[in-house]
Design a protein around this ligand. Structure first.
Ligand code: ATP
Ligand code: MG
Length: 199
């Protein structure tokens, strides 16, 4: 199988994540996309990032209608912060014969050098980079070429539609009692409202 891995905080999952995942899945003929929410950050940041169980439930609701979208709780099930390199090792042992592609936004690409063991990570994983509002195209292309050249990476930039949605903006909108309709799925919108999240 060709598998896309979509990691993130998903606080909450929004239509940007979903539109891009479906776009990449089709573009690269991936058999499935696995969403992997991050574990709970220790102490200080906890107030801003909702509990893993809650973020997981929102992903479940959001991806319910797509048979090719899956959820993995491997990071939530570990305690504290997980590093992508460790998650990837675990995934490779679960899917030894499959091709894995990490899907990231351009903003994440520009931060990649801060990730644990990033040189090794780049050399053992294929990355798919999506455009993101605010990240300059030329800079992204330069960075992709540079990382591929320096570390023997297989980072592929894909022309994706720019979808200016972020979880940060959604949290701010909820706090100000503004509508988040069409930014998240109806089920997630209802879940946020019913559980009075981000207030
Ligand atoms: P926050 O504002 O809390 O950081 P976010 O909207 O960036 O939330 P994350 O959970 O941080 O969402 O994102 C997970 C992954 O999806 C990251 O690689 C990020 O770059 C990518 N991503 C999220 N939203 C978009 C978007 N609208 N366009 C392109 N990539 C996106
Ligand atoms: Mg983000």
């Amino acid at each position: 199988m060709n598998i896309g891995i979509m990691g993130g905080t998903f606080n909450p999952i929004h239509h940007g994540h979903m539109i891009l995942s479906e776009f990449i899945r089709e573009e690269l003929s991936l058999d499935r996309i696995i969403f992997i929410p991050t574990g709970n950050p220790p102490h200080k940041d906890r107030r801003q990032v909702l509990d893993g169980q809650i973020r997981k439930e929102m992903i479940d609701l959001a991806i319910e209608s797509n048979k090719k979208f899956f959820l993995s709780t491997i990071e939530i099930d570990r305690n504290g912060i997980s590093y992508t390199i460790d998650t990837l090792r675990e995934l490779k042992s679960i899917y030894p014969k499959d091709q894995l592609y990490m899907i990231i936004g351009a903003d994440s690409l520009l931060e990649l050098h801060t990730w644990k063991d990033f040189e090794r990570l780049i050399s053992i994983t294929s990355f798919i980079v999506c455009n993101r509002y605010g990240s300059e195209n030329q800079e992204v292309i330069r960075r992709i070429n540079d990382l591929n050249h320096r570390y023997g990476g297989n980072i592929i930039g894909i022309e994706t539609p720019i979808i200016d949605i972020s979880s940060t903006n959604i949290r701010q909108r909820v706090k100000k009692n503004l509508s988040i309709k069409y930014l998240v799925s109806e089920s997630v919108e209802e879940y946020i409202s019913k559980n009075k999240l981000y207030k």
